[in-house]
Each structure stands twice: as structure tokens, then as C-alpha cells.
Design a binder for this molecule. Structure first.
Ligand code: C5P
Length: 218
């Protein structure tokens, strides 16, 4: 009964956090679980798409044979994989929580503790993958981003659509219980580049993935 509505589409999805190395045993990271991106990958594959899932470090598994998974660790590695795969893709859905900064230096040996002084880390900005794909996007390609905002959410989301040349942005609410990082549920709104907004109720991430695909590719 499942319709293969995306059967001729190649869809790139980024998911999970990135880890930015400090030394051989430490990193700067975030709490992203990858669940939303993996749910989107499964949903697209079930609808017949060929999925390239570029994932940061997560403890999730993929089951569908139409999903080709590329595991990466840092934002730089995720950027390289995404910029390589995007030209052959019809759609990119950028769900990853990419670190905005990385340590300027990566020590080859474990940083030593000093008892009497603090430690100051110098950070340098990572590339914005969404904006880089937005720059090379062809008219027939679709680019879908995510935004997790704590204030002025709609205004910031619209600015991001413009700055990154997105076609849609999915707004995650941090206000709502059960939404966002680590949870099995999410509450979203989808905004298009004309500013049209559609709100969805709190649902499990599998159902949220269906809503996102129906609203953007359906
Ligand atoms: O600017 P901000 O991080 O809020 O934008 C979020 C959107 O941009 C998400 O779709 C995220 O995956 C993407 N992004 C990215 N590369 C970055 C930062 C964000 O692809 N370095």
C-alpha cells in the first residue's frame, strides 16, 4: 500500500551532531541524537527515494537498503561529504546540528592539567554547509534547512531562508515539552521562502518526518 512517490529522487540528508576535536580524547559537541534526520531518511527511503545519509557520531542504525550512510565526525568532514554528494542530488535536507566553531589547535597528545591556571581555548568558525549548498544550488534542486530558535523564531527563520538560499525551513520549538534534541517527539512548523507558515502538533519523530516530506516534497 506504500506509494513510491519519491522513486526517482536522490535525497541527501545530514543528521546528528558534529564533534570538534581538542586532543586525542576530548571534543566539543552537542546533544543532538540524530533521531529526526534518521526518521527523515527512513521515510524518504520508504517512499522510494535513494537516500545519502551523512551522519555525525550517533548511536542509531539504519535499516532500509535504499539508504547509503556516510559517517563523519567533524563539521569539516560533513562539509566535504555534503559538497561532494549535493550535485548528484535532487533534494538536500539539512538536519544536522553542526558545531559553529572548532578549536583552532588540535593537540596531538592529551592536554595536561595545570593546577594553578585556567585554560583558554581559541575557537575558529566552521563552514556553513547549508549556505555553501545554497550557493551552488541549481533551479531544479530543493534545499531544506532546520532552525532551533529560542527567541524571535519566525523572523530569524526567514532571515536564514534568505541568507542560506533555502526553499523551506523547519522550525523546532524549544518552548514545548517533548520537542527537539534527544526526545522521541517533536513539534515543528514549516515555513516556505514566501513566508507561508504551517504549524503541526507534537508528534513522534516518524510522524513528524511524514509531515515534513508531505509539506515540502509531497
Ligand atoms: O544558522 P543555524 O545554525 O541556526 O542554521 C541551521 C541550519 O543550517 C540547519 O539546517 C543546519 O543543519 C544548517 N547548518 C549547516 N552548517 C553549519 C551550521 C548550520 O548546514 N555550519
Amino acid at each position: 500500500e506504500k506509494q513510491e512517490s519519491l522513486s526517482k529522487k536522490k535525497i541527501l540528508i545530514t543528521a546528528g551532531p558534529t564533534y570538534e576535536k581538542l586532543d586525542p580524547v576530548r571534543f566539543i559537541g552537542n546533544y543532538s541524537s540524530g533521531k529526526m534526520g534518521f526518521a527523515l531518511a527512513e521515510e524518504c527511503a520508504q517512499r522510494g527515494a535513494e537516500v545519502i545519509l551523512i551522519s555525525g557520531p550517533v548511536s542509531l542504525k539504519v535499516s532500509h537498503p535504499n539508504i547509503r550512510r556516510i559517517d563523519v565526525e567533524s563539521a569539516e568532514e560533513m562539509y566535504q561529504a555534503a559538497i561532494t554528494e549535493f550535485p548528484q542530488s535532487d533534494v538536500a535536507i539539512l538536519c544536522a546540528a553542526v558545531a559553529d566553531y572548532r578549536p583552532k589547535e588540535q593537540a596531538d597528545t592529551k592536554l595536561k592539567r595545570t593546577d594553578d591556571t585556567g585554560l583558554t581555548l581559541e575557537l575558529v568558525p566552521n563552514k556553513d554547509i547549508a549556505a555553501a549548498l545554497g550557493k551552488v544550488k541549481q533551479p531544479e534542486q530543493l534545499l531544506i534547512g532546520f532552525a532551533l530558535e529560542t527567541n524571535n523564531e519566525e523572523q530569524n527563520a526567514l532571515k536564514k531562508i534568505e541568507k542560506k538560499n533555502l526553499d523551506y525551513i523547519v522550525l523546532n520549538s524549544l518552548q514545548d515539552k517533548g520537542a527537539g534534541f534527544q526526545h522521541d517527539t517533536n513539534k515543528i512548523a514549516v515555513i516556505d521562502k514566501q513566508g507561508n507558515r504551517r504549524n503541526f502538533p507534537l508528534k513522534d519523530k516518524k510522524a513528524v518526518a511524514k509531515d515534513i516530506i508531505d509539506q515540502t516534497l509531497g
